[in-house]
Ligand binder design. Sequence first.
Ligand code: PMV
Length: 359
Amino acid sequence: MIEEKAPGKLYIAGEYAVIEPGNSAILVAVDRFLRVRLEPTEGLGSLASSQYGRLPVRWRRSGDALVLDREENPFDYVLSAISVTEKYAREHGRSLGIYHLTIDSQLDDFSGRKYGLGSSGAVTVATIKVLARFYDLTLSPLTLFKLAALAQIDIQPNGSCGDLAASAYGGWIAYTAFDRDWARRERAGRSVSAMVELDWPHLEVRPLRAPFDLRLIIGWTGAPASTPALVAMVQARKQRRETHYEEFLAGAKACLASMIDAFDTGSTARIQQQVRIYRKLLHALGQGAETGIETPALDLLCAEAERFGGAAKTSGAGGGDCGIALFDDSIDLTPLFEAWTRGGILPLTLQVFDETRHP
Ligand code: PMV
């Protein structure tokens, strides 16, 4: 039996702008995990998940493809990750095996609701990691990211893949999005290994060091949000020229550059200042839309965090899920947690996860 895990993630800044190639986001991996367990078997393999009551989908191999016993299955990210990793394994001379995969996720609550901590990214990364061990392949974080990105670009065409970078690298990162159209074009007729070896235009993942007194606080609204629906809404408004999209992108670029510099120079106050600026940029982006990026619950989460001296904003697409607040560690957070709890916001006690420090 082999088990691998991948952490959940949160966006600190750069959401929506990072969908455009060449734009950056800052993300952080947190110590809530999605685990994938692999048990070799013969005959029929299976896929099962704690999220779906462990109901297994059985599969067999036909040539290189996995044939499932059901048309409807909730494992599209897992299957895409298997497909890319097994191509890569075959290109490295491995013969393919049969196995049971079991997924256990801490990125959902007990009723199966997602926290918005990046479960699809984490399941992609964890599946690739467990298969890499099964096929005895050593992957650098960059190769792991590229395999995950190749698995994701077909099923989530508008996704920036920032979640994958956070889950693959851990810690705090500055992620600059690659050109997904380029990747889709280039992969046709190329092996996975050849694709991985190319330099991907714009792509950069740079680990950041957080100032020692920076404290990350996370609040969960309890309201599920649909990232694809919100991204489609923002894209449609951009097409209809209902937002000042170019101004948003210019503002985001400047904000991210300042925030990365603030990380590099270890200034918590300047990071907080840029979080507030990014919140305003997201407000402007969503202004006049039917579905808000910052819902009333997220507004309350941010307002209370500001009241107690933090800088706060939505994290990710918004519309529910989680918000983040950054504090300097001299501040007592008990009154904030009480205020959040009174307002229906659940404080999640998560730590930053950095594998280089927590092997
Ligand atoms: O809602 P989340 O945590 O999956 O983040 C989405 C972030 C976006 O920039 C809106 C989309 C993306 O793929 O980067």
